[in-house]
Design a protein around this ligand. Structure first.
Ligand SMILES: [Zn+2]
Length: 463
């Protein structure tokens, strides 16, 4: 038996039945939260860790991340969505080797742990072969993160049902072998595939009881969405990423069915996905989960996504008040605790893990983040929840995943960071040369691919 007593910290449980924050200790036994309270009598062999002055919160959940792209960090920071699709998916993705997949995924997942994220929805839509998928899963295992490996197929392939045989092989093989892994399907969905394909894919997910997730932006949902509805395939294990052009009545209907929404506000706003859907989800009585989409564009810090979503939501509340009363809102109903909830338990819910992680509660797995709240940018503070939300990644002192230290005293544990960075540099350097290659052949091909992508985004002008 292994036992750790985390003592002296201020704890934010995010559990609805507990205070906003509290001074309690946490006993972790064999990876599970065994007790929360004061004066805990711990077994004699317990490792007691004094965390006075720190804040403990549930490990963050980044519900949507294309982790495999991390070795190309910031290469697309100035790209629009069509540029990203043409350059990354049109020119580079098919040149990934299995080892590129492993290295990118290990690098991206490790960076997530460093920032206090303990669970990711690893939206892996470059499973060119079975070996590519296996290598990406190896990268997750190397990092020590908890992940839902969301098996996806590359962009640009013709409309056909998901490669379920490959998915099943992964589920019974490397995913089953990884104690911190579960699997799900990352599909094109009714927005990007035919109704027949969407129904086949979502039926396959339902039959297997796994999460199925899809992108939606740039294009109003068409008939295929109704076909999925008629097959009764919208449900709690269905996740929509972005959802930025779904009409309000349909948002409400999907929420009624239990569908979850994941917003990635930073790149949604910056790349042309349109405004995020957070306000509509909240207005309908729902709660969004959050992601960062890709290290190619933004930092990968899900706290930034949470803060952006909160600000956007409050802007909507002020606008509503102005319209109704001529004044800004006297107070805003959405607070920092809501934003922290979106980045923890709501992410866990979207990934089908709400019973396992996302809050600090007895019986849940001990996925925890320890924030050093004593630094000059953190102390003094007068609201631990706001401090946890506004903390920068450097304030993440420690991270436990299933009760195992993955970061301690501000240093990652169990990973050779220099070696991982050297691998990522080698892989990223080869790939970035493909992104930036500029011969005649490249220029012609680039123009053709961009034209094809642009056609997808063209529609009537809006007034
Ligand atoms: Zn995405």
């Amino acid at each position: 038996m292994s036992a750790i007593l985390l003592a002296g910290a201020t704890v934010i449980t995010v559990a609805s039945h507990r205070p906003r924050d509290e001074r309690v200790d946490i006993l972790v036994v064999d990876g599970t939260i065994a007790e929360i309270g004061r004066d805990i009598t711990a077994p004699a062999t317990t490792e007691v860790v004094d965390l006075t002055g720190r804040i403990i919160a549930p490990g963050l959940v980044n519900a949507h991340l294309h982790t495999w792209q991390a070795a190309l960090r910031f290469a697309g920071a100035d790209w629009t969505l069509p540029e990203y699709l043409a350059r990354m998916h049109g020119e580079v993705a098919h040149r990934y080797t299995p080892d590129d997949m492993r290295i990118g995924t290990a690098s991206g997942a490790t960076a997530q742990i460093d920032a206090g994220v303990t669970t990711i929805g690893d939206w892996c839509h470059n499973c060119l072969t079975h070996d590519h998928a296996v290598a990406a899963i190896e990268g997750l295992v190397e990092s020590g993160i908890r992940a839902v490996f969301l098996h996806g197929t590359p962009h640009g392939v013709r409309d056909r049902p998901h490669d379920i045989a490959m998915f099943d092989r992964l589920m019974s093989g490397p995913i089953a072998a990884g104690p911190l892994l579960t699997g799900g399907l990352a599909i094109k969905g009714p927005q990007l595939s035919s109704a027949t394909t969407a129904v086949a894919d979502m039926t396959a997910a339902r039959d297997r009881g796994v999460v199925v997730t899809m992108h939606q932006s740039n294009g109003i949902p068409g008939d295929a969405w109704d076909v999925v509805d008629r097959h009764r395939l919208w449900g709690p294990r269905v996740n929509i990423v972005h959802g930025t052009q779904i009409p309000t009545p349909l948002v409400r209907r999907l929420l009624d069915r239990g569908v979850t929404f994941t917003s990635t506000p930073e790149n949604e706003l910056g790349q042309g996905h349109r405004s995020d859907i957070v306000a509509e989800v909240v207005a309908a009585g729902g709660s969004p989960s959050l992601g960062t989409d890709g290290d190619m564009f933004v930092s990968g810090d899900v706290r930034i996504a949470a803060r952006m979503a909160l600000s956007r939501q409050r802007a909507t509340e002020h606008e509503d008040a102005r319209r109704d009363t001529g004044m800004i809102a006297h107070s805003t109903p959405t607070g920092t605790a809501d934003a922290l909830r979106w980045a923890t338990i709501e992410g866990a819910r979207a990934l089908g893990l709400a019973d396992t992680v996302g809050t600090v509660e007895v019986g849940k797995r001990a996925d925890l983040v320890v924030i050093d709240a004593t630094g000059v940018s953190m102390w003094p503070h007068h609201d631990p929840v706001a401090a946890a939300l506004h903390a920068h990644s450097g304030a993440v002192e420690a991270v436990l995943v299933e009760g195992r230290w993955r970061k301690r005293d501000h240093a990652l544990v169990g990973v050779d960071v220099a070696d991982l960075q050297a691998q990522a540099w080698r892989s990223g350097s080869r790939l970035i040369d493909l992104v930036r290659a500029d011969g005649l052949h490249r220029r012609v091909r680039r123009r053709v691919v961009q034209k094809v992508v642009n056609r997808r985004f063209s529609g009537p002008r809006e007034t």
